[in-house]
Design a protein around this ligand. Structure first.
Ligand code: EPU
Length: 352
């Protein structure tokens, strides 16, 4: 079914809570409807959106916003009374096809309740399954690409459905070909994930192992632990508007990193250690740390605020922040960090 709404209010369709509208909003519940949809007749430009949790509408959208509202979850195995799901094609893994419109965390909750391994570290990331395959969402040492087997999509160019192996999607840190070379070409209709029936705990990132304590790692226990960690430092989307991490963590040359270490030691004392992760020859420096060092924690600009508990996140503190206020705060952060550390931060949040 295709539902159309003219001049549609998008306030509840974006987690930042921007009070904006689009000229036409199209909700598609059956992928087959894409075959008969006259794309050329839709107000342009066309923007395909998921849960609206990783974007900033910079104003009213002049064209069409299309959302895939299909919601199914089909495991490749069969259920019986005792074990929950029996893997079909291989003993140690199971394929599950999940519709683009399923809330990603509902899929995480299902996998954990079935004792299946794979998405537990991605628990509570906002957004929908379709978008997870565009953005290659990630947290606590796991990325969506680690469990994506196949992406199912409608190819607008060829007007047919295609199955794209995850390995061909050009996945990188919060990116894929869907965001770059293929932008606008495919509408993702479902994703097949490969989940493991044998234990594969990933506990090495950040404070996961510590937060787990003595508890026996099982998908549900890890999921609960990740939820506890996230709830401590990230704003609850039901209470305060945001789009999660606003900036990507930059990866820089080692010589550049050494200059940053010198600045940090001059300011914080010779024993001070700059948090970082080695990425091959290069170094990833947490943007949150730089924003913190520049004194931005809690800084307000109109209704926009650098979230005090995790300065990587910009929030709509009053519920009435405008896109202009968010962008002004973003630019102030980018400019200050460029001046101090010579690093240009790039937003992780898509600006529409
Ligand atoms: N830090 C500070 N001051 C602060 C906060 C953090 O100095 O006030 C430093 C700490 O050293 C900390 C480091 O920054 O160890 C990095 O923070 P953390 O590992 O908590 O998270 P992150 O690197 O800021 C990334 C993802 C998150 C994901 C977490 C956990 C990006 C852009 N963000 O954040 O993803 O949940 O790791 O894996 O890569 C999202 O994409 O919306 C998102 C929340």
């Amino acid at each position: 079914m295709v539902t159309r709404h003219e001049t549609y209010d998008l306030s509840r369709q974006n987690t930042f809570g921007m009070k904006v509208s689009c000229r036409l909003y199209v909700e598609v519940t059956e992928p087959e409807d894409l075959l008969t949809l006259d794309f050329d007749a839709l107000p342009q430009p066309l923007f395909v959106m998921g849960g609206g949790s990783n974007l900033l509408f910079t104003g009213d959208f002049p064209g069409t916003v299309l959302h895939m509202g299909n919601r199914f979850l089909h495991p490749s195995g069969v259920r019986n009374d005792k074990a929950s799901v029996i893997p079909s094609e291989a003993k140690e893994s199971l394929l599950v096809r999940v519709a683009a419109g399923v809330v990603f965390d509902d899929f995480c909750a299902w996998a954990a309740s079935e004792g299946l391994w794979g998405p537990e570290n991605l628990s509570l990331i906002p957004g929908e399954v379709g978008a997870s395959a565009v953005q290659n969402i990630g947290a606590y040492g796991v990325e969506a690409k680690d469990i994506i087997d196949t992406v199912h999509a409608f190819d607008r160019q060829e007007r047919r459905f295609v199955d794209i192996p995850g390995a061909d999607c050009g996945y990188g840190y919060r990116t894929s070909l869907f965001k770059t070379a293929w932008k606008g070409r495919y509408i993702i209709t479902a994703v097949t994930f490969r989940l493991s029936t044998v234990p594969q705990p990933k506990l090495d990132y950040g404070g996961v192992r510590k937060a787990l304590g003595n508890r026996e790692p099982a998908p549900q226990v890890i999921r609960d632990t990740i939820i506890e960690i996230r709830e401590q430092k990230l704003p609850d989307p039901k209470e305060i508007g945001s789009a999660g991490s606003f900036f990507c963590n930059p990866v820089i040359e080692r010589a550049h990193f050494e200059r940053i270490v010198a600045i940090a030691k001059a300011e914080n004392g010779p024993e001070y250690e700059v948090p970082h992760y080695d990425v091959g020859e290069k170094v990833k420096v947490p943007a949150a740390w730089m924003i913190d060092q520049c004194g931005f924690k809690g800084m307000r600009l109109g209704g926009a605020q650098v979230y005090p508990k995790q300065p990587l996140v910009i929030v709509n503190a009053t519920g009435t922040a405008t896109p202009e206020e968010i962008i002004a705060l973003e630019q102030r952060v980018i400019g200050t960090i460029k001046d101090k550390y010579g690093i240009e931060l790039h937003p992780e949040v898509e600006h529409v």
